[in-house]
Write a protein that binds this ligand. Sequence first.
Ligand code: GLA
Length: 389
Amino acid sequence: MSPQEIVKQTFIEAYGDNPLVIVRAPGRVNLIGEHTDYNDGFVMPMAIEYAIWIALRPREDRQVHVQALDFDAHIHLDLDALSKGAISPAEYIKGVAWALMQEGYPLNGWEGVMKGDIPIGAGLSSSAALELAIARAFYEVSEFDWDPNHMARLSQKAENEWVGMKCGIMDQMISANGKADHALLIDCRSLETRLAPLPPNTRVVVMDTMTRRELVESLYNERRQQCETAAKLLGVPALRDVSSAMLKANAKKLDPVTLKRATHVVSENERTLEAVDAMLAGDAKRLGTLMYQSHMSLRDYFEVTKMPHRPFDALDIMVQCARKHPACFGARMTGAGFGGCAVALVNNDAVHNFCEQTAQLYAEQTHIEPKLYVCSAVNGAFWAERFMS
Ligand code: GLA
């Protein structure tokens, strides 16, 4: 049974009736533009079919009751008495409710069943999907307009200020705005988006190294800090405002580590803008080359492909394994790094052979069975099914 079927059936068993609606919000894979979002830069993610579904109906009061099947948890909360607890799925629900109410959204209570199929901790944005699914659930039972960018901002606020993870805006933006068959170029300063079609006859393959991020929060925050320091020393609001030529001319103002971090961000923004041109031209080869360059920059300058205290470098190995297949146009780590997933752009005609060979090579080198997913680009957070009452 699909997760959508499961939430429907479980809802009917629990409440003896159909839900009002099933909402769905997708995870994402980022094709290029990594660690640029919190530098006001450019990213190019696509929403994927792995998602979170909630079957729900309104309540008369201001309570929210959720059965979270993946966590074996029954979450009960009162919108008039929200208080922070230890990290759990409940904190995401509280955080989104809090962020919406802070902006004056009139919220009603609801009850329902939630389930997802996004691998957790793999760098495919299960948290952002959860936030957008919850925002959409509140929308379905309350009186307010659905503005995807605003919902993304409020979800990010929930994660930054309630959950305490200082992520950028990419994951929430793509979960809210994804478009079928397209990646989205997002300007993380203006939140303007531009559709970027996947090159003809190519597939996007997500390659889960099955290693999970460790210490990611402190390492992520350290990178953010280094980028902010670089921008300050260069006298600009954010690294988005720096070109390669400007960085070269001012390199002496930065210490070697800060210079490396800035070199990645500045070049990655340029690569991402070039990638959108390649996609509009249907040029898979060019896009793939940019993806390889992005990985090398993340490995050598931003230094987020290797995990401290690990005997092998899973993300680097995965990209090397993918690169050996002639049908692979390009590959790179995706998401925050330090473990999790890589992504490849592959010729559709040989995609299954690519998956087999890459998985085998990776397993030989690491003694870990990876998981490879051939992904399609899907639409962002919306309703998946409605029922007559
Ligand atoms: C995580 C964050 C995003 C982004 C990426 C790196 O996924 O949630 O905001 O910064 O890392 O590109």
